[in-house]
Each structure stands twice: as structure tokens, then as C-alpha cells.
Ligand binder design. Structure first.
Ligand code: TMP
Ligand code: ZN
Length: 411
């Protein structure tokens, strides 16, 4: 048996040990050409839970420069669900800062400017910080002010010098991507106005455990936050969690509203969630031994279903080449003999190969013109939008395979 990987907690500095290994993993959004295959980057995907501060985190993930660059292929606006979500999020943010004069909103990880555009529509002054240059350019082309940078203390200084303090610092599915949370919190503290709000949402640890959605674990998600871990991590920096709000996005997320410590009363929802997390084991290391067993069982079932379908001569296609699917495809050792291709609506992914598993990515038109017997729903978090779009597939006798929360064939 290989020894479990050891590391140091990124929040509190305690010694931590991985509770499992997903094995050798490529970059989750590292789609490749044939020519890229020889130099494909791999690392070992090893999640750990810190008993000291309750932070669920990866040990030794790849450096962010390997993940976010000028070929980043994820664009928020490819999903109507996400566009609608950002519109509602922008309205909520505007409500939080309504009593401030000419408030500034800074968005961390602003991607293609979907949220900045919604804020602008509401007449709110905003600027985004986005390290992936290609998506930042898309944002700027639609008129969203964007700084090309990783968000750290240095960037926070620059933003404050140019635009003044922030009434709100906001982020959606971005804070969990930042490996040095302590530096981030210090940067937030420096940029946030005295009565400002730091509002971020990320995939929620409780939802991952409840649904056994282990595909949430991949290089970009350095942390899977719980309210307990967020509250403890903020406390080290003079910041406080004052409200929480569950979100349906990304398969179950939590929105955290934070403020400078002592400047606002926490809502009753915070205490209730902390209590619920303790009751459901989100603060207990032993929970993750059970989770490991559930991951192993889920992967074995999924692989044996695909092997059996291949043996019966069935054609299986994947639907949506998501970053989450990289963990599933590689952990379950799936290759083009089990899934012939994956269709995805993102033009930049089409014509490339999936990371590690090297399955060709094609346009959804392929799915419509040459429908397979089965389609694996990798974007299970967009199920409704996809089922709506692909009604012809089911009408023609096609069946969907889902593996979250449990393996199921839907017809
Ligand atoms: P996400 O799960 O990280 O949001 O990624 C969604 C991926 O799914 C993205 O690559 C686009 C793709 N997708 C489709 O191909 N068709 C669809 O209808 C939707 C909603 C997403
Ligand atoms: Zn810790």
C-alpha cells in the first residue's frame, strides 16, 4: 500500500493527511490537441480534511498558473441558468450596498463579465479581476472593466489606488480556486470599506457529501468550503461570517456574506447552519472515511456499467465536457473504447481531446444527427436545461446515464 500523502493545512498550519487518493490526474480544464499529448501535465489528486480548522482541501494541487492562463476554456455565459443566476446575484449585491454613496463592487474571478454586465445594468460601479487573459478580453469587449491579474494583496492595493475602497467584494465559484486563502483574506480586509460586504459563493461541502458528488474534487477546487471552515478561517483575519444562503448552482453551493468583525450582527441562519454542520459530521474527520468508501463504490459501479454496455455493442456518448468530468473519467479509468466522444457547446473545447482520458470533444450537433444508445450526463448540475434541449434524444429511444447522487439509467 502506498503511504497516504501528508501536508500542511493552508489555513491553520496543522499537519494533515490525505484521506484518499484519486490517483494520477491531468489538469481538469486542460483540453488537448494530438500534438499536446506528449507533454501532458499530471499530478496526484489527494484531498484532506483538517481536524483543527475543518478546512477540506487538496494537498499539493498544481500551481494556479497551470490552470488559469490565456487558453482557459470555461465561459460562464455558455449556460442560460448561470446567466439568470448572475442576474439575481447582482440584484442581491446591489441590495446589500444600497445605503452607500456611489458604491464600488469588485468581483474576484469575473470570467467573461457576465456578473459585471448585470451590475452595470443596475447602475452599480464595478470592476473585475480575472487572471485568464482570454476570458478577461471577452469581458472587456462587452464593456466590463477588468484587471488581468490574480487577486492578492498587491492587486487589492492597485484596485484601491485606482478606484477607492470596495463597498462589496464578490465572487462566484472563485474563492475556492485560490490556494492562499490567508493572503486573500488579508487582501479583502485591506480593500473592503469599513461597512463593506465580502460576498462569495462556492460549491458546498455538505452538498458534495450528501450527493456523493466526488467529481467536485479537482485541481481548481483547492477548498470545498463549509460555513464552519469559512467562519474559522475569516476569524484569523478580523473578518466575520454574518449570513449564509444555499444556492442551487454548481450542484449545490453556499453563499457566504462576510463583514469586518464587530461591524454587523450575524443572522440566526449562521448559527443554525454551524449547528447543522456539526450534527451532520462536517467537522469530524471520520466522515471522510465513509466518503472514501462511497467514492470507491460509485466508481466501480459506473465503470462496470460502461464495460457491460460496450460488451453488448451499445454506443455511449458523454454529454458536456465539464471540468468535473475529468475526475470521473480518470478515476474510473474511462477511455474512448467505453465513451466514443463527449459533446459540448463550448466552441473552444470542440475538436480537442479530454484531459487524461483523451476522448474527442464534438459539437452537440453530432449528438442530434447520429444519436447514441446512451448519453452520460456529465453536466448533472445542468440536467434540466439539457433535458429540455435534447428531448428528441429521449423520444428516439435514447437513455441518459446519471451517476449523481447514485448510478441510474433514466429513460
Ligand atoms: P460546468 O458544469 O462547470 O458549469 O460546465 C458546464 C459545461 O457544460 C460547459 O463546458 C458547457 C457544457 N454545456 C453543454 O455542452 N450544453 C449545455 O446545454 C450546458 C448547459 C452546458
Ligand atoms: Zn487547518
Amino acid at each position: 500500500m502506498v503511504a497516504a500523502k501528508k501536508g500542511t493545512c493552508r489555513i491553520c498550519g496543522d499537519a494533515i493527511t490525505a484521506f484518499m487518493s484519486f490517483g494520477r490526474m491531468p489538469i481538469a480544464n486542460g483540453f488537448l490537441t494530438e500534438a499536446d499529448l506528449a507533454s501532458e501535465y499530471f499530478y496526484e489528486l489527494t484531498p484532506a480534511f483538517c481536524a483543527g480548522c475543518a478546512a477540506f482541501q487538496l494537498i499539493d494541487p498544481p500551481p494556479p498558473q497551470h490552470l488559469f492562463h490565456d487558453r482557459y476554456p470555461f465561459f460562464t455565459s455558455t449556460s442560460q441558468l448561470m446567466v439568470d443566476h448572475f442576474s439575481a446575484f447582482a440584484t442581491s449585491i446591489a441590495g446589500h450596498i444600497a445605503d452607500q454613496r456611489d458604491p464600488l463592487v469588485v468581483e474576484i474571478g469575473s470570467n467573461d463579465g457576465t456578473m459585471l454586465e448585470q451590475l452595470r445594468r443596475l447602475g452599480v460601479r464595478s470592476v473585475g479581476v480575472e487572471p485568464s487573459r482570454n476570458v478577461a478580453e471577452v469581458a472587456r469587449a462587452r464593456g466590463a472593466e477588468t484587471v488581468d491579474a490574480f487577486f492578492d494583496r498587491d492587486t487589492a492595493h492597485r484596485v484601491r489606488d485606482s478606484y477607492g475602497p470596495a463597498a462589496a467584494i464578490v465572487a462566484a465559484n472563485a474563492i475556492c480556486h485560490i490556494p492562499d486563502f490567508n493572503d486573500l483574506a488579508a487582501a479583502v480586509r485591506q480593500l473592503l470599506a469599513p461597512d463593506g460586504r465580502f460576498i462569495f459563493e462556492d460549491p458546498y461541502l455538505g452538498d458534495m457529501l450528501r450527493q456523493n458528488s466526488y467529481d467536485q474534487i479537482y485541481d481548481e477546487h483547492v477548498f470545498m468550503w463549509s460555513a464552519t471552515a469559512v467562519a474559522r478561517a475569516l476569524d484569523r483575519h478580523g473578518l466575520a461570517l454574518i449570513d449564509v444562503e444555499a444556492q442551487p448552482t454548481h450542484g449545490g453551493s453556499m453563499r457566504y456574506v462576510c463583514a469586518h468583525a464587530g461591524r454587523a450582527m450575524p443572522s440566526s441562519g449562521v448559527g443554525a447552519l454551524l449547528e447543522r454542520e456539526s450534527r451532520f459530521g462536517l467537522t469530524a474527520p471520520s466522515t471522510f472515511d465513509g466518503f472514501r468508501l462511497a467514492c470507491e463504490a460509485s466508481a466501480a459501479d459506473f465503470r462496470s456499467l460502461l464495460v457491460s454496455l460496450a460488451q453488448h455493442g451499445k454506443r455511449v456518448v458523454g454529454y458536456a465536457a465539464t471540468s468535473k468530468s475529468t475526475t470521473v473519467l480518470n478515476y474510473c479509468d474511462i477511455n474512448p473504447s467505453l465513451i466514443e466522444c463527449i459533446v459540448d457547446s463550448t466552441p473552444m473545447k470542440q475538436g480537442l481531446l479530454t484531459p487524461g482520458s483523451h476522448i474527442p470533444v464534438k459539437s452537440p450537433e453530432y449528438f442530434a444527427t447520429d444519436p447514441p444508445d446512451y448519453a452520460v450526463l456529465f453536466a448533472w448540475n445542468h440536467a434540466r436545461e439539457i433535458f429540455e434541449k435534447e428531448q428528441a434524444f429521449t423520444r428516439g429511444g435514447g437513455k441518459w446515464i446519471s451517476f449523481v447522487p447514485a448510478l441510474a439509467i433514466l429513460d
